[in-house]
Design a protein around this ligand. Structure first.
Ligand code: CAA
Length: 258
């Protein structure tokens, strides 16, 4: 496992908790942190003993965005050659479900990272925004696209053009997050949700996640065709036989991930 301690990993049963660990910089996402995060996620994704991930920051900040100091003097060519934002894409290829457990600031690239996860559970004091306009730029890691799909054009425009920050309650109202819980409970609740998901049929989880994400990227007919193939494909798994037999036999299924 890559280790600069920019991302801390704790494993409990089938859940891996990944904690962004740059508290001195509000978890600003510099290149080293992003590479460590993506390398770690990819390694954990290959581990069959795990079923679900929780990604979190600190109580003060999930992440305050890309590291402004690291890129302040970069030219366009520097940004292109280093593919500064490239590592953000790697999270979208992770097969297992990822829950973002967000407390405090969730800004810019931090919000874009949270939106690249599959669910967001927010502490009631969490604050969501895309403040890039204050820096003379705009979101560059999916902010204009994923945010607009999540909250709609009206709110996305206010956030991107005028630094509107959403409270956790507003984020829930506009569909950006799944759930808001009291500040002192957000980690416990995120881990409990992850444990519940991690106990489910692994192949169906993987394919269900992929299919829902495809809905944001493809035309309806193509998405439905892909969904149908995935549904039929799952009938070659032992877990489909086990799940359907367990239903008829009125017992709990014993998933094998095969
Ligand atoms: N990059 C680099 N350093 C950052 C940072 C960032 N995004 N956010 C915070 N920090 C650093 C601060 O510079 C400060 O460091 P020093 O102690 O060395 O000065 C430390 O973290 C603590 O921050 P503050 O003193 O500012 O803490 P605060 O409580 O007063 O304010 C905050 C917190 C509102 C989050 C404020 O830090 C802030 O506005 N941060 C910047 C947010 C931002 O603009 N994010 C967008 C980045 S660009 C981007 O993300 C592009 C993209 O789409 C990929």
């Amino acid at each position: 496992m890559p280790k600069n301690d920019l991302v801390l990993v704790e494993i409990k049963d089938r859940v891996a908790l990944l904690t962004l660990n740059r508290p001195e910089a509000m978890n600003a996402l510099n290149s080293a942190l992003m590479l460590e995060l993506m390398d770690t996620l990819e390694e954990l994704d290959r581990d069959d003993s795990l079923g679900c991930f929780v990604l979190t920051g600190s109580a003060k900040a999930f992440a305050a965005g890309a590291d402004i100091k690291e890129m302040a003097e970069a030219s366009s060519i520097d940004m292109l050659l280093k593919d500064h934002i490239g590592p953000f894409d790697r999270i979208t290829r992770i097969g297992k479900p990822i829950i973002a457990a967000v407390s405090g600031w969730c800004l810019g690239g931090g919000n874009e990272l949270a939106m690249s996860c599959d669910m967001i559970l927010a502490a009631e004091g969490a604050k969501f925004g895309q403040p890039e306009i204050n820096l003379g730029v705009m979101p560059g890691a999916g902010g204009t696209q994923r945010l607009t799909r999540a909250v709609g054009k009206a709110i996305a425009m206010e956030m991107v053009l005028n630094n509107r920050t959403l409270s956790a309650a507003e984020a829930l109202q506009y569909g950006l997050v799944n759930k808001v819980v009291p500040d002192e409970r957000y980690m416990e609740d995120a881990l409990a949700l992850a444990a519940e998901i991690a106990a489910r049929a692994p192949l169906a989880l993987r394919m269900g996640k992929q299919a829902v994400n495809r809905a944001l990227e493809t035309h309806l007919a193509d998405g439905i065709a892909e969904e149908r193939h995935a549904f039929y494909f799952l009938f070659s798994s032992e877990d489909q036989k086990e799940g359907m037999r367990a239903f008829s036999e009125k017992r709990k299924p014993d998933w094998k991930g095969k």
